[in-house]
Design a protein around this ligand. Structure first.
Ligand code: ZN
Length: 163
């Protein structure tokens, strides 16, 4: 399963809600966990493997979370600026301000309503993955100048990789 990277239009689409949690959806979730582990990611959203559906997976404290049709229901006013990167923009990172606490609600693989509360890294990951499902990347949180320079750095490192 190929990881989609910066420039791929699927990363800029708003993901569609999942209507029925069936065997296909469960298979997608399995693949997502597989790719997340392979790439050593903290989280992964379905568009990152080319599937424009509202699903994300997280690996927090050695526990996997699958959240289908997630909704951010709470976010602290307290923010923290920490270095952040993304599997879809490999090789670059930048400080991004995020709420220190975030709560998401959605469905699990059995279709049951779940609520996931996160602080610190988990809160950051929740907000990062929700952004993916809205077609947003962490780069969008940066100032225009910073974003431009990071994109240049990314393109340079990509050229070196393929050279
Ligand atoms: Zn990402």
């Amino acid at each position: 399963m190929e990881l989609r990277t910066f420039g791929d239009p699927v990363l800029r689409r708003k993901a569609e809600p999942v209507e029925t949690i069936n065997e296909d959806i469960r298979e997608i979730c399995r693949l997502m966990v597989e790719v997340m582990l392979r790439e050593n990611g903290v989280g992964l959203a379905a568009p990152q493997i080319g599937i424009p559906l509202q699903i994300f997976v997280l690996d927090a404290n050695d526990e996997f979370h699958v959240v289908i049709n997630p909704e951010l229901v709470e976010r602290s006013e307290d923010v923290e600026e920490t270095q952040e990167g993304c599997l879809s923009v490999p090789g670059v990172s930048a400080p991004v301000a995020r709420s220190t606490r975030a709560v998401v609600e959605g469905l699990n693989l059995e279709g049951q309503r779940i609520r996931l509360e996160g602080e610190g890294l988990l809160a950051r990951a929740i907000q990062h993955e929700i952004d993916h499902l809205n077609g947003r990347l962490f780069l969008d949180q940066l100032s225009m100048a910073r974003r431009q320079s990071l994109i240049k750095e990314y393109q340079r490192s990509k050229r070196e990789d393929s050279a």
